[in-house]
Design a protein around this ligand. Structure first.
Ligand code: C2E
Ligand code: CA
Ligand code: CA
Length: 702
């Protein structure tokens, strides 16, 4: 045995002087100089002060016992790396286990078998030397302390025998005598998937191509489970640089691996459904796009899905039920697709599916129809029967797609188109949608610059009292003086402004502009005290934080009375979020600003939802008023008007174009009317002359 690393000092810690003497003599014979300690504390102090190559530690000692001494040595930066051989009275399994936990490297039992001890000593020194070299080469000295608790091994390459330390065997749940010395004892326990890489890294080091050996692999334990091990070693070479032996350590990193894989899983999966999340989906889609660039025959599709009316389910039945709907829909969609397709939850009620390797478009449309059928089957949750439905947008792979975002965006656009046509529909992204998407992008930036360069103006349409025929106020209507396209009506740009949120600054502008004109008019003509301008307000404006406070501020800035301004909202504003709408309505009411419901009767309107809200008037939509065919319809509208009056609101009839239509307003007991018959919307400078002329708009005679 010529390959002992050059060492000189050994520390013997034992309170029994006889054993100290015996050990010291033996160590002296083997070429060591020996330090002696008679208790644990002394041992710790000497280990730190002298940093011997090896420590022999008795377990039962005064002042500080062997376990505590091991721990103290492992905690000290100076001595943490020193191998410790524990000397125990008998082969007490529990004592040995506790010693390993405290940081012991190996153990031997009394009475001492001297030849065996010499063998062990050399093994421990070699392995721990190798171990330390590796650590040092990695500059991860701090880990050395924990490393001492690792299982050491020493492989004699000439005789092809491996000595496995008891700790090595114990880590895998094996008794001392259950593992032999053949290298196969190691390799037969390596997980088959990990074996090729292990052999590779080992070969690399043995042939001298790497400066140390290090590999992570799974090892089969006695209980049949696999544990992750980090294995490191260092070869000892002869003069010709041929590896003679290799020694090293094995540490159990199963917990770390589990934590790592949990973290990796969490980063890429949705917590509720455990489905891949946006990040992972994005990644897979990007892969598919690249695959299609390499293989022109490879075609795939992206489905973008959104649960119809999910918000209603969530708001009315509560989040726990909302979650169960999400889970159920996810499971149902999952049952329709193949194993290698990717279903992911993007967030909220949005899901996406990546379908790879499709033959043709029909394959996808068939699949989409199947998904809609399966998802639409009724299911019970907490006594409610629900029939979920999905709006689905589909994009097919195409060479114009270079990244995942573009494809997802188009699938999303198609989903929106599907949603517009109703519940449970699907739409395939096509060139026209592409054009529209482009146009709406362009429109957005155009609206932005129109706002800053003053291309928006307001027109005003009189609101007339049916009893007197007098103009009682105006409604402000937005127009865009487009440099190329002329004066644009709201229908040309409003939905885009709403989708992009530009409606918020635009709406604030309308309020300011209205106030500015009101002041102008007040200066040039005596306006009756109760005269007002009605301003339209959309969902996003109304629910934007501080809406009421902003209105108050704008009125204050202009020194206008709150009664000068009225706000028109649609029922949508209330349905969007009743609680928040109610709060804003109350604030406005407190400020003295009157609020009315616009377009009543143009959708499935419900008077009951307006009860108990501070709403002052109702505007009955043109379509509801004038699609009158027969007496029944008249009776219905009459009943509605009566109900509205009972709720203490007054009624404005909208969009009257003819004498007959105006007469009908009176018959129906509407207090006010508005429409092109009275007056088309006019420009701001036309308002005062119109008022001064005094003649009743449209020549209406009550
Ligand atoms: P609305 O609030 O229902 O406004 C009445 C609409 O009916 C106006 O269309 C008006 O020009 C039109 N109208 C008036 N009399 C007649 C008539 O006799 N016959 C017919 N067929 N139509 C008549 P306009 O100006 O195109 O506005 C359309 C919608 O755009 C408005 O409907 C309103 O919802 C919205 N809007 C207009 N200005 C604004 C605004 O400043 N902010 C917001 N958020 N929305 C606005
Ligand atoms: Ca209106
Ligand atoms: Ca209206």
């Amino acid at each position: 045995m010529t390959d002992i690393p050059s060492v000189s000092q050994a520390l013997v810690a034992d309170d029994d002087p006889t054993l100290r003497l015996l050990l010291s003599q033996a160590l002296g014979n083997w070429g060591y100089s020996v330090l002696e300690a008679s208790d644990g504390q002394q041992a710790v102090d000497m280990a730190i002060a002298h940093q011997p190559a090896i420590v022999f530690m008795d377990l039962l000692m005064p002042v500080l016992d062997g376990y505590a001494a091991c721990q103290a040595i492992r905690r000290s930066p100076e001595a943490a790396h020193i191998p410790i051989i524990v000397v125990t009275g008998r082969e007490d399994i529990e004592a040995i286990e506790a010693a390993f936990q405290a940081g012991a490297t190996d153990f031997t039992t009394k009475p001492i078998n001297w030849p065996l001890l010499r063998h062990r000593l050399q093994f421990v020194l070699r392995a721990s030397h190798a171990f330390r070299e590796v650590k040092a080469s990695e500059q991860r000295y701090a880990l050395a302390a924990r490393g001492a608790n690792d299982g050491l091994w020493d492989w004699d390459l000439l005789h092809n025998r491996i000595y496995f330390a008891p700790r090595w065997k114990q880590m895998l749940g094996h008794a001392e005598d259950a593992v032999g010395e053949d290298p196969s004892e190691w390799f037969k326990r390596v997980h088959p998937d990990d074996l090729p890489r292990l052999s590779n890294t080992l070969d690399e080091h043995l042939s001298g191509r790497s400066d140390h050996f290090e590999n992570e692999h799974r090892m089969l334990a006695a209980d049949g489970s696999y544990r992750w091990m980090l294995c490191r070693g260092l070869a000892i070479r002869d003069d010709l640089n041929t590896a003679m032996r290799i020694a090293g350590s094995q540490s159990d990193i199963t917990l770390r691996k589990q934590a790592e894989s949990q973290l990796a899983h969490d980063a890429y999966h949705d917590t509720l459904t455990q489905l891949p999340n946006r990040l992972l989906f994005h990644d897979r889609l990007q892969h598919a796009i690249r695959a299609a660039q390499r293989r022109p025959n490879f075609r795939f599709a992206v489905l973008f899905m959104d649960i119809d009316r999910f918000k209603v389910i969530n708001d009315s039945l509560g989040h726990p039920i909302g979650d169960r709907v999400i889970l159920e829909v996810a499971a149902r969609v999952g049952s329709c697709i193949r194993d290698n397709d990717t279903l992911s939850r993007l967030g909220g009620d949005e899901f996406t599916v990546l379908i790879e390797d499709i033959a043709d478009k029909e394959f996808v449309t068939d699949l989409v129809e199947r998904i809609q059928t399966v998802v639409g089957r009724p299911f019970q949750v907490d006594g409610h029967e629900l029939r979920p439905s999905l709006s689905i947008g589909v994009t097919l792979s195409h060479e114009r797609y270079e990244n995942a975002d573009e494809m997802l965006r188009d699938a999303d656009t198609a989903m929106y188109c599907a949603k517009k046509t109703g519940k449970g529909q699907f739409a395939l992204f096509d060139a026209e949608m592409h054009m529209q998407a482009l146009q709406s992008l362009m429109l957005e930036s155009e609206i932005r610059s129109a706002l800053s360069s003053g291309q928006f103006i307001l027109r005003f349409q009189p609101i007339v009292a049916m009893s007197s025929g007098r103009t009682v106020g105006l409604e402000a209507l937005l127009r865009w003086q487009h440099p190329r396209r002329g004066e644009l009506l709201p229908e040309a740009f409003l939905s885009s402004a709403e989708e992009t949120g530009l409606i918020v600054p635009l709406g604030r502008w309308v309020l300011r502009e209205t106030c500015r004109h009101l002041i102008d008019w007040e200066r040039s003509a005596p306006l009756p005290a109760d005269w007002f301008v009605s301003v339209n307000c959309s969902v996003r404006e109304f629910h934007h934080p501080n809406f009421a406070a902003d209105v108050e501020k704008i009125l204050e800035e202009h020194g206008l009375a709150p009664s000068r301004l009225r706000i028109e909202i649609t029922e949508q504003v209330i349905n969007h979020n009743r609680q928040s709408a109610e709060a804003v309505l109350k604030d406005l009411h407190r400020l003295g600003i009157r609020v009315g419901i616009d377009d009543f009767g143009s959708t499935a309107s419900t008077l009951s939802s307006l009860e108990n809200l501070p709403i002052d008037f109702l505007k009955i939509d043109r379509s509801f008023m004038h699609n009158v065919d027969g007496e029944n319809r008249m009776e219905l509208i009459k009943a509605v008007v009566t109900l509205v009056h009972k709720l203490n609101m007054f009624v404005v009839g909208e969009g009257s174009e003819t004498v007959a239509e105006v007469e009908r307003l009176s018959q129906l007991a509407c207090e006010f009317g508005q429409g092109n018959y009275f007056q088309k919307p006019v420009l701001a400078h036309e308002v005062v002359p119109m008022l001064l002329k005094g003649s009743l708009p449209g020549g209406y005679q009550p």
